[in-house]
Design a protein around this ligand. Structure first.
Ligand code: MN
Length: 260
């Protein structure tokens, strides 16, 4: 009787142990599948601040208010990323640019003139004036109510140059993907009035001296990790695809009309 009891106890213990083990495996298995397939991989934190509270230190250049709330592009670019990007990165570029201009004795308030005459050896001015201009464009060409396609003269020019809007998007995605490390992908109007896709490293841009494809930017995609890492981690291509959903072609057309 005692032996039977001991046997039953042992067996049920073993079964319990086994089912515990297999449960553990199941959990581990499902977690690792999730970790590979699901975006986002980590919980996205909500934005807590308000874009209207973002103010630069006294200086030549100030913050241009964001035209939408941090959470309004949420489906494609999460609120926390927008908040950090606008209230920390963009703000820092402005403050540091103002300091660098002061140190260089540069009193200009014309950002394009500053970029075109850039001393490329002045790292502080190059990085921060570039950062200011590039982000000004980036935040301006995104919208929760984006016009999804170009129209009019810009559309005609895109079709002439690239074959179609889809082919232009492919070229921009390709430029964004091939930019090693941090930088930008651009659509520019060249000196001769033609459109071109190009990319630049760090916070450089096509207005600066000595760049591969000089021109006036009308569309810029930030491919620094800080622009997408919370939602997309290493998947830069997914972020670029998402970006096209919030890209407001109305703004790009306005930029084109000024640049051509
Ligand atoms: Mn950025």
């Amino acid at each position: 009787m005692k032996k039977t009891f001991l046997f039953v106890t042992l067996m049920s213990g073993l079964i319990a142990l086994q089912s515990c083990e297999s449960k553990k495996e199941e959990v581990v298995g499902s977690n690792s599948t999730e970790a590979v397939d699901t975006v986002p991989l980590t919980p996205i934190v909500e934005a807590v601040g308000n874009p209207t509270d973002v103010k630069a230190d006294p200086g030549t250049f100030q913050v241009k208010p964001l035209k939408y709330g941090y959470d309004e592009l949420n489906e494609y670019i999460d609120a926390k990323t927008m908040e950090t990007h606008f209230s920390k990165h963009y703000l820092t570029y402005i403050n540091n640019m103002n300091k660098a201009l002061k140190e260089a004795g540069n009193k200009s308030s014309n950002i394009e003139a500053i970029l075109k005459s850039m001393d490329m050896n002045n790292a502080a001015l190059r990085n921060n004036a570039g950062g200011y201009y590039n982000h000004l464009m980036y935040f301006d060409i995104m919208s929760p109510n984006a016009q999804k396609e170009p129209s009019g003269e810009l559309l005609t020019k895109i079709n002439e140059t690239f074959g179609s809007l889809e082919q232009l998007k492919d070229q921009l995605s390709d430029a964004a993907a091939k930019r090693f490390g941090s930088g930008w992908a651009w659509l520019v109007v060249k000196e001769d009035g033609q459109l071109a896709v190009t990319s630049t490293p760090n916070q450089d841009n096509p207005l600066m001296p000595g760049v591969e494809t000089p021109g006036k930017p009308i569309l810029g995609i930030d491919v620094w990790e800080h622009a997408y890492y919370l939602k997309y981690q290493n998947k830069r291509a997914d972020y670029v695809t998402a970006f096209f959903n919030v890209l407001d072609w109305k703004e790009v057309e306005a930029n084109y009309n000024k640049a051509k």
